[in-house]
Every structure is written in structure tokens, then in C-alpha cells.
Design a protein around this ligand. Structure first.
Ligand code: HPA
Length: 272
């Protein structure tokens, strides 16, 4: 069965389980799963129930889709994503995004945890992704192009929608919370970067580094879905300070910031 047929089957299954007509899908990064608790009239679908849907192998990534309403909008929250560093190919990594596209979801918010490279991106900051640098060593569109998804050579000039970025700024202003903007560099992981890599990424123009989001954003763009990306800066990137990096710090910062992050998401969704 082709990827397109599998994705279509998953999308039709989701449509039959109350997911049709969603205004926005939100992919929840590390530690942000609580966002789903803020949806009214919620319904939960474990990833394992959806045909062909890949299961995350990372602990702390719940692996469920929660649908519901928020400020009058129909929202699908994807709690738990699969990462390339788990050993999945990028078609598997982007399966959920493909399904959102086939479901007809017009816009997605991709969230993630990231290491801060630029001085603006200190621990606990939230950063709107203005653009990305894909250094994962692969691209989810490699292989035969299925024209039913999109073009062979899709434009990537505006991966991250200027309209949605402006909405994020307006929402942050209303919230009275600062919001940074910057370039996200996507790496494969799972090892954190070396200080020399971070110095190189800084020269390349990156403000934050993480192990997700770029493949999903590329696929979303390929299908014509409007993308907003927001990084929670959970730690200074390697070598910014002498301390070694630890996943516990990532989770702890995400926990501390999640109230503000969820508040921002609510305000953004209200304005969509
Ligand atoms: N590097 C890569 N990915 C990350 C980091 C980091 O410092 N922090 C959270 N995700």
C-alpha cells in the first residue's frame, strides 16, 4: 500500500471519529502534553487505534490525539511525535502531518523544545520560528513525488507563515509576555551538539537548535498547510555555558514554562 493510501485511510478513519472540520492541529513538543487538558468537549484517540499511525518510542511522549474546542475553534492536539533519532525514516516521522493534510486541516502549530544559541534565546524563552536550517541530513520529500500531495520542487521561501507569525506576536502582546523570533536549526540527534557545532550553527545564522519540526514543516508546506512554529528554549545550547546538557533540564524548563506557553497557544488559537 502506498504512503498516500495509508495516509488517506488514517485520515478517513479520523474523519469517522470526529476529527473532520478541524480549524487547526497543534503538535505538542516535549513536556507540553498538558495543553490537551485545556480543550472543551474533549475526546481522546490513542495513536495505536489509528490505522498505520506510527507509535513513538520515547518515554514522556504520550502518544495520543485529543480533539476538542478552544475559544470556539475546533482543535486537534497531537500529543507525542515520532523523531528521526528513534530510527524512523522521515516518511514515518511526517505521517501525522500528511494525515492532517489529507483531513483538510488548513493550519498547524508545531511546538518543540530547543537549545538556545543566540543571546535572545535564554532558558525559558519562547521563540517564533521565522525560518529553519535543515541539517538532519535528509529531507522527507526524498523519493518518488506523489503529485496528489504537492509539487516535486516545492517553494520554501515562506515555510513559516508571516500571517500566523503576526498573530503570535499579537497574542504575546495581549498576554504581556515577551516572544522572541529566530531561526531553528534541525539536527538528527539524539546526542546533543558539541560546542564546536553550536559555534558553527551560530555563524550559519541559527538562534535555536532541536531534533524535530523541520521535516513536519517541509511536508506541511508541500501540502499547502499554513505553518506556525514555536520553540520553548529549554536550555542554553552546548558550550554557551560550561555545564553539560541533560534531558532532565529540558523537561524541567518545559514544565516551568508550560503555563505561559499554553496561555500563548490559547490566545493564538482564539485569533485564527
Ligand atoms: N539541542 C538539541 N535539541 C534540543 C536541545 C538542544 O540543546 N534542547 C532541547 N532539544
Amino acid at each position: 500500500m502506498s504512503n498516500f493510501d495509508q495516509v488517506t485511510e488514517a485520515a478517513e478513519w479520523l474523519r469517522g471519529h470526529g476529527c473532520g472540520g478541524a480549524d487547526v492541529a497543534v503538535v505538542l513538543g516535549s513536556g507540553l502534553g498538558d495543553f490537551a487538558d485545556h480543550l472543551a468537549e474533549p475526546f481522546t484517540i490513542p495513536y495505536g487505534d489509528i490505522p498505520h499511525w506510527p507509535a513513538s518510542r520515547v518515554i514522556g511522549h504520550a502518544g495520543k490525539l485529543v480533539g476538542g474546542t478552544l475559544r470556539g475553534k475546533h482543535v486537534l492536539a497531537l500529543s507525542g511525535r515520532v523523531h528521526a533519532y528513534e530510527g524512523h525514516d522521515l516518511q514515518t516521522v511526517t505521517f501525522a502531518m500528511r494525515a492532517m493534510g489529507r483531513l483538510g486541516v488548513p493550519q498547524v502549530i508545531l511546538t518543540n523544545a530547543a537549545g538556545g544559541i543566540s543571546p535572545n534565546c535564554s532558558r525559558g524563552a519562547l521563540m517564533v520560528i521565522d525560518d529553519h536550517i535543515n541539517l538532519m541530513g535528509n529531507n522527507p520529500l526524498v523519493g518518488p513525488n506523489d503529485e496528489r500531495y504537492g509539487l516535486r520542487f516545492p517553494d520554501m521561501t515562506h515555510v513559516y507563515s508571516p500571517r500566523l507569525r503576526a498573530i503570535a506576536d499579537a497574542a504575546a502582546a495581549e498576554q504581556g509576555a515577551p516572544l522572541q523570533h529566530g531561526v531553528y536549526v534541525a539536527v538528527l540527534g539524539p546526542s546533543y551538539e558539541t560546542p564546536a557545532e553550536i559555534r558553527a550553527f551560530r555563524v550559519l545564522g541559527a538562534d535555536a537548535v532541536g531534533m524535530s519540526t523541520a521535516p513536519e514543516a517541509i511536508v506541511a508546506r508541500h501540502m499547502g498547510i499554513e505553518v506556525l512554529g514555536i520553540s520553548c528554549i529549554t536550555n542554553p545550547a552546548a558550550g554557551v555555558f560550561p555545564e553539560p546538557l541533560h534531558h532532565d533540564e529540558v523537561m524541567e524548563t518545559a514544565r516551568q514554562v508550560k503555563g505561559q506557553f499554553i496561555g500563548l497557544l490559547e490566545r493564538i488559537i482564539a485569533r485564527l
